[in-house]
Ligand binder design. Sequence first.
Ligand SMILES: C[S@@+](CC[C@H](N)C(=O)[O-])C[C@H]1O[C@@H](n2cnc3c(N)ncnc32)[C@H](O)[C@@H]1O
Length: 304
Amino acid sequence: MPKSSKKKYEPGLAQLKYKVEPDWNIEEAKELYLSANHAVGQDTIRYCDCIKNMKNMPDESVDLIIADPPFGIDFSGLESQYNRKSENVVDGYIEIDGSYDNFSKKWIQELFHIMKPESSAYLVSGWTNLRSILNAIEDTDLVLINHLIWKYQFGVFTKNKYVSAHYHILFVVKDEKSYFFNKYIYYPEDVWDIPREYHPGLKKNGTKLPEKLVNRMIQFSSKPGDLVFDPFMGNATTAICAKGLYRHFYGFELNEKMKDIHEMNLKAIKLGEFYEPLNAKLPSDEELVVKYPNLKKYVDKKTE
Ligand SMILES: C[S@@+](CC[C@H](N)C(=O)[O-])C[C@H]1O[C@@H](n2cnc3c(N)ncnc32)[C@H](O)[C@@H]1O
């Protein structure tokens, strides 16, 4: 009988050999940031309605979109639960007027024209409005690539139903053949277990996304120097993460009362503060050997 040419499967070996490509050291990332020149006012937040103003943005002007719209439920952003002191919550979180279906259609239909062919967008939604967001996506030429779940802790206590402890994040692209995706986690699952952040004493409106979550979207779906756009800036989390990762930002926020806080928070963050080359984030050989002891012979060979 002829011998099988198939090699024996070695658990973890593909991961041991895995390298992220492309990747940039700190100097390269900084240089890309400094030499970028985008068609819209880079590193600006404008205090106005995103629906009206996205129409006037140049075609193919942004590299990545992170959009976390108002919820469309009676949420004022002033809630004092979760141990939040109301003096640290900025009022005027602005809810939508009218039907959530219409609102979703209006802003989602503006995304396609501002996206470059390699661009993608992450649209955050609670489960109650998911239908409106999915229908609005369906009415565009955007392609839905993944339906991510963000699992968080501290859902609001309930008596007669399950505690809601997740959000939906729809990962959509303009062109499924050419979108940029930099797989810096070997096995990136579509459920993201990321705790909400608790910042005692920090002024904010009540809906801040965790920086870890936004950083993940930025690192998977953009390069240093790229322009990250957010139509609903809220606490400017997208802007803060972009600056911390050597990306530029642009976006809108209807609530002008957030302006001083945006400026203060952006000043407090150093350019490139969160940046680390992507290959440095992969598990070390030693960590992989703990998980897959069969890899020891390969690691020993590497160091011989
Ligand atoms: C869910 S919050 C965004 C939170 C943000 N992702 C963060 O991490 O802080 C939605 C924000 O959209 C703003 N907003 C509501 N309607 C808007 C509109 N038409 N244009 C721009 N901003 C709007 C609200 O004032 C609110 O700050």
